[in-house]
Write a protein that binds this ligand. Sequence first.
Ligand SMILES: Cc1cc2nc3c(=O)[nH]c(=O)nc-3n(C[C@H](O)[C@H](O)[C@H](O)COP(=O)(O)OP(=O)(O)OC[C@H]3O[C@@H](n4cnc5c(N)ncnc54)[C@H](O)[C@@H]3O)c2cc1C
Length: 417
Amino acid sequence: MRIAVLGSGIIGVSTAWWLNQAGHDVVVVDRQQQAGMETSRANGGQISVSYAEPWANPQAPGKLFKWLLRADAPLVFRLQPDLRQWAWGLSFLRECTPARVERNVRALVAMAQYSRRTLQEMRRELGIEYDQQERGILNFYRNMREFEHSQQMAEVMRDHGVDRRIVSADEVVAIEPALAGARHTIVGGDYTPEDESGDAFLFTQELARMASQAGVEFRYGTQLSRLVAAGGSIHGAELIGPDGQYELLRADAYVAALGSHTPAFVRPLGVACSVYPAKGYSATFRIIDPDAAPVVSLTDSEHKVVYSRLGNRLRMAGTAELGSSTRALSTARCEQMSRLARELFPSALDFDTVRHWSGLRPSTPSNVPLIGRARISNLYLNTGHGTLGWTMGVGSGKALADLVSGHRPEPDFPFLG
Ligand SMILES: Cc1cc2nc3c(=O)[nH]c(=O)nc-3n(C[C@H](O)[C@H](O)[C@H](O)COP(=O)(O)OP(=O)(O)OC[C@H]3O[C@@H](n4cnc5c(N)ncnc54)[C@H](O)[C@@H]3O)c2cc1C
């Protein structure tokens, strides 16, 4: 079949790769000049299977209310006169019940585990390099109540077959000695040795290069303007090419992997797509003292920020603002990130050359992505990966390629259609 994959972030590129491997003729369209230039460009780098937890949980409504008035809160709901945001917010509240949380965790862990296995196989078979670290993820706590709550969550994750170990403050420092200077602020942690980290952008670009060599056609600098439907199926994708001319791209099937921008193209066709942008920030520091910088990927639970070592760089990422649809940087957020990094690793990083970035996570109320066939027969969705697009990326691509090819995907996951 000829298949048009719309979007070349981690999700679009991995979908294109696996469709090509399944023998399909694949064309990828993206408005940017290269793959991975939007939300997959500078994320936190964690392959965090063991923390594949939804934002929506029984504690979330109380915390959100507390954070509503704080400009530097880790999760902010910026209320807008936007019906879509209100509908998303109501659905989010519905996902906070224990039964829904249990169901969502099960789906997220299943896809994340499958994706990590797929990533490991791809590393072995393709020799793909992306500043990866297989040193686990260490979550450290500075607040006893948060630490105690995390122990309940760790138990839930262990029930799903995840190796998440509770560790003391001294063990935190033994696992990552770069935290020694902050020992007095830490009350404990949990450590997941099977988790990994790496640069999602490097991976996406490298996989796009390999896919192109394998015969996938990439059409960069090309904007999707609408999907044209007729008689219950997609008739073509209307594109504006680099020369400004319109063209109708025809294919047998279409995969919408447009991240946060997916709803704008599928909703006019009557396809439900509860994906809303959750803006996040990252800061990338050059490492000047490698021994003083962490190697194990870290999560500072109190501030909801993560740190991943990417070669000679340290990537820090976090915060979520629901209701900010532009990628403008916030000076307060950027300064806060630099301050937190300086407190933890004062001598390790070059603070003068820090590179700030922001991206829009394509978020669903349940955190569970939308993968599978839409109500329109030849339209597939692969979007809504929110905080876990890197963690679930290659597995989602492979699963979608299976569905398009008429095979049952391996993970036990609530696929669409
Ligand atoms: C601060 C931050 C930290 C994060 N940390 C982690 C982490 O540690 N671990 C993890 O697993 N995940 C993390 N994520 C989430 C992860 O980055 C995303 O889930 C993932 O990148 C989404 O990939 P995507 O391919 O769906 O979207 P994108 O990468 O945004 O790709 C969508 C593509 O569609 C293209 N497009 C959009 N509209 C059009 C159009 N009209 N025409 C043509 N092309 C179009 C865009 O150019 C883009 O290339 C983080 C996200 C953020 C913001």
